[in-house]
Design a protein around this ligand. Structure first.
Ligand code: SF4
Length: 364
């Protein structure tokens, strides 16, 4: 989602007459489009911003901007503008206005004003039609923004707002425009794609309409939520010939108690039944997942339950994360957080397990 947002920002700024420099050293303005999903990602951004030591005009954009708002200026005085994900369409005007001030002064004037925009709710549709795609053969296409699931560990609903669906006609128009540029592959993006709903077009109908577009060779999507997955969804993956036969279905934990604390909306039995149906319907289809180890209060026994499920499910690949407490989320309020050493141990154990399964499946 952030890769696509960065393309949107590049497209908007190019249209406004700015040039994308080959390296940050050549740039007058450096924009950080940021992620808040883990603390580690945030720490890296703070350290990179600090490394410029006042030599550039720095913009903080995306989820960290939304999270920190004007406090970002206190955290690092090098920052000149702070723009949340719902306000990125304002960037050309914000930068022009900073430069406008500069014309009245003699030296380094951009750094004297601070602007922040984090109150936006809706993005204008036009931002998706600047024709800027980094890859000349592949386009990321946003179908929905935000999320209303409120998984207890996740900061996304707070920084990207509630789930909103783009109009299906606009999505088809954007894909047709990309195809006209010579792009042949598309990845549909949303925090929860299979909840897509622009009545009467749901996700399955949208997939069918995209599959019918001439010029398109292949498409896929990220990410689906188990609670919104259905047999019809799996049949669509099987039947639509341009759709990649792969499903990314985040599990997160193999313990029912932890899944409940995470507010995921399913139990282990439901998840296993889903992947069993997927494999029966989409013969040979790939299956990947996300897992969080060390959620607060997770016991050794509950961690072992996740390992058992990983052995049972035999995912082709898994993104495995150590739990990272995000301020403001429900999980951050649970005092019984695990020690870092415990997180490391569990992370390594399950990573090794998944690696051996992935290797074996790849060999086959
Ligand atoms: S589904 Fe859950 S984990 Fe995914 S973005 Fe929404 S709240 Fe976060």
């Amino acid at each position: 989602m952030n890769v696509r947002d960065s393309e949107v920002i590049c497209g908007l700024l190019q249209k406004a007459g700015y040039r994308i420099s080959a390296t940050d050293q050549d740039a007058e303005i450096v924009i950080f489009n940021t992620c808040s999903v883990r603390k580690h990602a945030e720490d890296r951004v703070w350290s990179l911003i600090g490394s410029y030591k006042g030599s550039k005009v720095i913009g903080l954009v995306g989820c960290m901007a939304q999270n920190y708002k004007e406090q970002a200026f206190q955290r690092d005085s090098n920052i000149s503008f702070v723009v949340g994900p719902q306000d990125i369409h304002k960037l050309p005007v914000i930068i022009k206005s900073l430069q406008g001030d500069s014309s009245c002064k003699d030296s380094s004037p951009l750094l004297e004003r601070k602007i922040w925009e984090t109150e936006g709710v809706l993005r204008p549709e036009e931002i998706y039609h600047t024709d800027f795609y980094q890859d000349k053969n592949h386009a990321f296409v946003v179908i929905s923004e935000g999320c209303s699931n409120f998984c207890s560990y996740c900061v996304v609903p707070y920084v990207r707002g509630p789930l909103r669906h783009r109009k299906y006609k606009d999505i088809l128009t954007e894909i047709r425009e990309a195809l006209a540029l010579g792009i042949t592959k598309v990845t549909l993006l949303g925090q929860n794609v299979n909840a897509y709903d622009d009545r009467p077009v749901n996700f399955i109908k949208l997939l069918a309409q995209i599959n019918a577009l001439s010029g398109l060779k292949e498409f896929d999507f990220f990410t689906s939520h188990p609670k919104d997955a259905s047999l019809d969804f799996f049949k669509a993956i099987r039947d639509l010939e341009k759709l990649v036969k792969r499903l990314h279905l985040p599990l997160q934990s193999g313990s029912d108690r932890i899944l409940k604390l995470m507010n995921r909306g399913y139990v282990v039995k439901d998840y296993l039944a889903l992947i069993d149906s997927y494999r029966k319907i989409v013969k040979g289809g790939l299956l990947t997942t996300d897992i969080i180890v060390g959620f607060p209060t997770e016991t050794d026994r509950e961690f072992k339950e996740t390992c058992v499920l990983v052995k049972q499910a035999r995912f082709n690949a898994a993104y495995i994360f150590k739990y990272s407490s995000r301020p403001g989320t429900e999980a951050a309020k649970i005092f019984d957080q695990l020690k870092q050493s415990q997180l490391e141990k569990r992370h390594k154990k399950i990573l090794d397990l998944q690696r051996s399964i992935s290797k074996e499946l790849r060999k086959r």
